[in-house]
Design a protein around this ligand. Structure first.
Ligand SMILES: [Ca+2]
Length: 495
């Protein structure tokens, strides 16, 4: 089993000491953390991960200067991944198994009623931001939040600053003033705290401006900072700058893996954003003491967005199978790149399977405050501390099994759970209990079901998956229509 890191009592709150002492020597200061999350960016969507259309020179350069993970995992949709990232606890343990809007409007016309999923991350959960704030950091969330309603916005979860985050998973539009209704039904959507803009302003650029303002502010205040820069891109609506769309439209070819010029243009803006943040860090002493992490929250979306002007699949995760929503690799495997001064080596690559849940213990190890009544140093984490792997990606880390649980419907899947241990992966479909077994070392595209040729692995993984669901209290779907209990059946008899 994964070695669950528990944060010990040996807390040396050196951060507070350093802040109050105004010491600012980069070597001895606590590192700043910039965590950049893209939305729905697929595993092969960056050039350094194999895209043959998208151009991502700044992210490629960033990967070349740090550590690139080839087998990093998220959950298959937004909210569960973000909840796991923020807490280091598995989404199923948190009771958050689908995105917030889906949790509030479950399907009623399918063979199963989806599991009940929390739309809000409970305030009692300890987040990355709470740990950093306790340690004296300035904490800022810039961009998409999607972890609950107004009483669960970033300000309630340890963030000093929230620009752009609310309960929605996507903006009405990427163009200022970023508001309106119609695309996602009649509700009027907006992106908060971005009022002062001008026509033509693009959301990815504006969030980058806001992120750089946070860095400026932290530098002025001489405070360590945790910047969670959460792009809405390249999630739908698929909208990008005209000149970039024209550029990629000229490069379309049926022989390319990636086909969508507007999506390619969105990714160009995302890449430019990362470049601007890295440039800003490079300009100052602070940058030399800043951990930068780039990741995505789930696999690439393989549906289309006709309003983009191109009725094409938004992306392809090939050679991986399927996409967002699915528990095949295309739905859950994501890019993850880390640059950690003094720890990562330039151009290194790590093939060990890791999870977004691992970032919490990796970044906050030793930061729990046992004197804080709102903190809990003994909270059960599902992630593990990746620092040994970050320092030497060739070591063997006890990093499995990894579990996935999506007891909901999506165009790419019916309700399912999955387990990966070593090279083996089993997916169990919850409508009828059937399962599929794959060896990812020889079959990363999950084409050859090995159930009959590897019965021992099949039995072992099925048993472990079932036991894990019980252990974490994973919510399950139920029959539809519900099976009447004998008492309610009797009560419904005509009298
Ligand atoms: Ca997403």
């Amino acid at each position: 089993m994964r070695f669950a890191s528990r944060l010990g009592l040996t807390v040396i709150n050196c951060v507070l000491v350093l802040v109050s002492g105004s010491a600012r020597a980069a070597e001895s200061s606590p590192p700043n953390v910039v965590l950049i999350l893209a939305d729905d960016l697929g595993w092969t969507d960056l050039a350094c991960y194999g895209s043959d259309l998208h151009e991502t020179p700044r992210l490629d350069e960033f990967a070349q200067g740090g550590l690139r993970f080839t087998q990093a995992y998220a959950m298959s949709v937004c909210t569960p991944s973000r909840a796991m990232l923020m807490t280091g606890r598995h989404a199923a343990r948190l009771g958050i198994t689908t995105w917030s809007e889906g949790a509030l409007n479950p399907e009623t016309d399918r063979p199963l009623l989806p599991a009940v999923s929390r739309p809000n991350l409970p305030r009692s959960e300890i987040t990355l931001a709470e740990r950093f704030r306790t340690a004296g950091y300035l904490t800022a969330a810039i961009g998409k939040w999607h972890l609950g309603d107004a009483s669960h916005f970033p300000e309630t979860q340890g963030f000093d600053i929230n620009v752009g985050g609310n309960h929605w998973g996507a903006p009405m539009t990427f163009w200022w003033p970023y508001r309106g209704s119609g695309r996602f039904g009649p509700e009027y959507r907006y992106v908060p705290a971005l009022d002062l803009g001008e026509p033509g302003e693009y959301l990815t650029d504006r969030l980058t401006d806001e992120a750089i303002r946070v860095i400026d502010h932290a530098e002025t205040e001489e405070r360590p900072f945790f910047l969670y820069l959460v792009h809405y891109a390249p999630h739908t609506p698929i909208e990008a700058k005209r000149a970039d769309v024209d550029y990629f439209a000229l490069r379309m070819s049926p022989f390319r893996r990636h086909q969508h010029p507007v999506y390619a243009a969105m990714i160009r803006s995302l890449d430019e954003s990362v470049g601007r943040v890295l440039d800003r860090l490079r300009e100052s002493e602070m940058g030399r003491n800043t951990i930068v992490i780039f990741a995505s929250d789930n696999g690439g979306y393989i549906g289309s967005d006709p309003k983009s002007g191109w009725d094409l699949p938004v992306t392809s995760n090939a050679p991986l199978r399927s996409g967002k929503g699915s528990l095949y690799e295309g739905g859950i495997r994501v890019p993850l790149i880390i640059r950690w001064p003094g720890k990562t080596r330039s151009g290194s690559v790590c093939d060990t399977p890791v999870s977004l849940a691992d970032l919490f213990p990796t970044l906050t190890d030793g930061m729990a405050d046992p004197t804080d009544p709102n903190d809990d140093p003994y909270v059960t984490l599902d992630g593990i501390d990746l620092k040994p792997l970050i320092e030497d990606p060739t070591i063997t880390l006890d990093s499995g099994p990894l579990y996935f649980h999506f007891p909901h419907y999506y165009p790419t899947t019916t309700p399912a759970s999955a387990i990966r241990e070593g090279d083996w992966k089993l997916i169990e479909y919850l409508e009828d209990g059937r399962s599929e077994l794959y060896n990812l070392a020889t079959d990363p595209g999950e084409r050859q079901d090995r159930t009959t040729s590897a019965p021992q692995q099949w039995a072992d993984l099925r048993q472990k998956l079932a036991a894990w669901r019980v252990k974490v209290g994973a919510a399950m779907p139920t029959p539809n229509p519900p099976t009447p209990s004998p008492r309610s059946a009797a009560a419904s008899q005509p009298r």
